[in-house]
Design a protein around this ligand. Sequence first.
Ligand code: ZN
Length: 476
Amino acid sequence: MQLKFQGAAGEVTGSQVIVDVSTRRQHRRFLVDCGMFQGGRDADAKNLSPFGTAPKSIEFVVLTHAHIDHSGLLPRLCAQGFTGPIYCTAGTLDLLEVLLADSAHIQEFERRRAEDRLAAGRWRGDLPEPLYNLEDVGRCISQCRPIGFHRPTELTPGIRLSFVDAGHILGSASALLEIEEDQKEHAKPVTRRLVFSGDVGTRDRPIMNDPQRLQQADILVMESTYGDRRHRSLKETEDELVGIITHTMKSGGNVVMPAFAVGRTQEVVAILIDLIKRKRLPHLSIFVDSPMAAAASRITEAHMATLDPLSRELYAWAKANPNAVSLRYLTKVEESKGLNQIRGGAIILSASGMCEAGRIVHHLFWNLPSPQSAIVITGFQAAGTRGRALVDGARAVKLLGREVPVKAAVHTLGGLSAHGDQQDLLWWCGDFERPPAQVFVTHGEENAAATFAQCLKEKLGWEDVHLAERGKVYHC
Ligand SMILES: [Zn+2]
């Protein structure tokens, strides 16, 4: 078996692994995830570079979850000749339609904006090249084949796939591939288990179930986003959030929360409802200003039966008590612009989560210069993004072509991550009956990946642990 890591090696975006195996005397090639690179100077160039193998040569794709850094290059793969099935869960498929369409819109928008600027003599250098369009997205979606959790499915003779709940976002899965691998000459085939953790969630959090663990793996590809960190507990995070909101509401400012439309927004809403229900916060006016977050919330509610039972109750309570929570989903541009007039008293959740694009840019533009307002960062901010600059204490950021001073208080709520911390990841790895023969640590910036690899060796006694390198072929 051969694994080639095309991304998420020493960084957290661009997840994609090319797997080559020989089973039933046939060579098979498939991909696990096909994510976009996001943030950082060379992301565009990496996204535009040719795939690590001819798309036509790929038989199928296994998709662990819908986040763009795992799925965002799929339409490009299909446009360049991949015609096979894309296996994912039903929840992932529902979210994928929304996320990929949004991704195509953003690319188209950025291209048009650059063309306008070029016409006005305000653009230097190459114009951004869209990676795909809506038509490509439609074709890609039509190639998706949903598979339920815990339903071992034969993808091709000799390769079986099972998904288990990774507890990260709706539909997120860890993938177990059981591969009947040919041996030399006349020896009998040996079944080996290739496991991809996907992104692993946290335990005891709203909306999502706890991640499920696997007991057997011969080869493990393991994420390490927060492999070097501990999150605060949910209780501490709630206390902090109550403190920030109470203080900001008293000072007459707004609380602006850049939040990933999928997952984080629904989680924050659930936490706010819970805090109001427990009377730790007063009545709040919450605006979810993102058409995608609104769509993701609808999809989440449609899948509620499969999600965390406590959150189900909270959402039901909020619906039954409209006087306690004013929760509005804004989809129209005029409604969004209306928020810019509100100087205080609003909780605004908007995307994108790393402050790079979308309506959040406008809310930051209006609220960052206000010392009364608070910006609450609720998710991981990749190096090179505007959100990271805010977390790192930038005194000004460029927004809508202007230098905007950072006068608002910027808070980071680390405890709300959809990614497990070091403890969660070690817990997830701790249920294997035997150490996997080979482990590849991926999806972490260099320090996180290296620290977590060391942890696996020291705490679990695992021996063969590699830091996955981009473009390198590993023989397993
Ligand atoms: Zn993810």
